[in-house]
Structures are given as structure tokens and as C-alpha cells.
Write a new protein. Structure first.
Length: 54
């Protein structure tokens, strides 16, 4: 329901993940979304190359 470019703009913004998800849902609804809309956003920690999680 939203273009790749719109999605990219939202995802690259400095908003929190919750704000990004809300914005994507709002845009999808505004563009005619008529059914359930689900958004799942994950943020991964940046780890130094060769590092190991403990």
C-alpha cells in the first residue's frame, strides 16, 4: 500500500522504531489499506567485525 521510496524515507528517518511502525501503518491506511496491516521492525546492535556475542 506504500511505495518502496516512501518506506525507505520512513525507515531511514531518525524516529524511534515505534514511531516508524506507526507512520508506516498510518500511510498504508491512508493509501487504502482495508484489512489487517502488520509491521515488524527489528534493530540489531552493531558489533565489531570478528566480535562475539557473550
Amino acid at each position: 500500500m506504500i511505495s518502496e521510496e516512501e518506506m525507505k524515507q520512513v525507515l531511514m528517518s531518525r524516529r524511534t522504531l515505534a514511531e516508524k511502525a506507526d507512520t508506516l501503518i498510518t500511510k498504508a491506511n491512508a493509501n487504502g489499506g482495508e484489512d489487517n496491516i502488520t509491521v515488524l521492525l527489528l534493530e540489531r546492535d552493531k558489533m565489531r567485525r570478528g566480535g562475539r556475542a557473550s
